[in-house]
Structure formats: C-alpha cells, structure tokens
Write a protein that binds this ligand. Sequence first.
Ligand code: KMT
Ligand code: NI
Length: 179
Amino acid sequence: AIEAWFMDDSLEDPRLPHHRHPKELVPLDHLAELGVLYWRLNPNDYENDEELRNIREARGYNYMDLLNICPEKLENYEEKLKNFYTEHIHADEEIRYCLEGSGYFDVRDKDDRWIRIWIKAGDLIILPAGIYHRFTLDTNNYVKLMRLFVGEPVWTAYNRPQEDHPARKEYINNLTQKI
Ligand code: KMT
Ligand code: NI
C-alpha cells in the first residue's frame, strides 16, 4: 500500500522524505476522511487493464494523457516543477496514476498539517476538488504519470489563499459534515 506521513518543518530539499522524528505515519483511512482516494493497480500493460477501465467508466474519466516528468521530456521543466510545488487547489478532482518512478503528493489535513503521500508505480490517487496540495519528485528524480479527467481537461491551479473559491468552500463543507 502507499505510505503517508506527517512532514517535518525543515526547509531542506523538498525531494527528501521530510519525516518527523520519530516518524508519524498516517493511516489510509485518515486520508479517506480528507476525501483522498487510492487504488493499487498493475502498471504493466495498463492499456489493457480491466481494473483501470472499470474505474474510468465508473467515474466518467474519458480524458487521458501521459506526463513524463524529467528534464528531457517535459518542456519548461524547472518552472512546471516550481508551480507543482506551490500550494494550490483546483475546481475539479486531480487524478494521477503513477506508471513509472515515484514522487510525493503533499496534502493539508483538517488542522492544516502537511501529509506527504509517497506515490510509486501502480498507485492511482484522487485528490478532491478544493484540497490544498502540492507535488514534488523524490530523490529518484523521475515519474511517469497518467492524468485522467471528466471531459475537456482543466488544469488551472489556484494558489493559496482561496478561502472564497466555491470548490474550497464546498470541500470545507464536506469535511465538517463528516466530523
Ligand atoms: C497539478 O496540479 O498538476 C499538481 O498538483 C501536480 C501533480 S502531478 C503533475
Ligand atoms: Ni494540483
């Protein structure tokens, strides 16, 4: 399964794990409470994977593309990575399926603490609309991601603060109803 943990407060290289001492692991049901969903799939032969097809059909993900995050294959690599690591929300879900390599999705919990989620090949995660998050590579410096979306994709990132954004308000509403 994926690993997730509360981050330390150090300003060192974001690509390091940033565990607290002692480690504070976050159980998967805690992520579910934040609306973060997760599947473990077989990343080999993903084009014929029935499980992936089922998820896409059930959730209406008719759009798909692939993103190779490495200096050779991603144009404006430095700028994109800088934007990915700037805390933001979206008006829609963010759906990412890791096919190769690894990386960190950081999400804010109810108390505004950073939870670091370590994504490796086979991990599909869905971040709900309105959750503050960011992304960085880890020290392997490479990831190949599938991006999924319902209809025409919109990747617009709204950087924090966004307390008046409708997606943010709805997210907070859903969170407080769960408590
Ligand atoms: C985004 O909005 O694209 C991100 O949060 C980065 C995730 S993976 C490219
Ligand atoms: Ni995002």
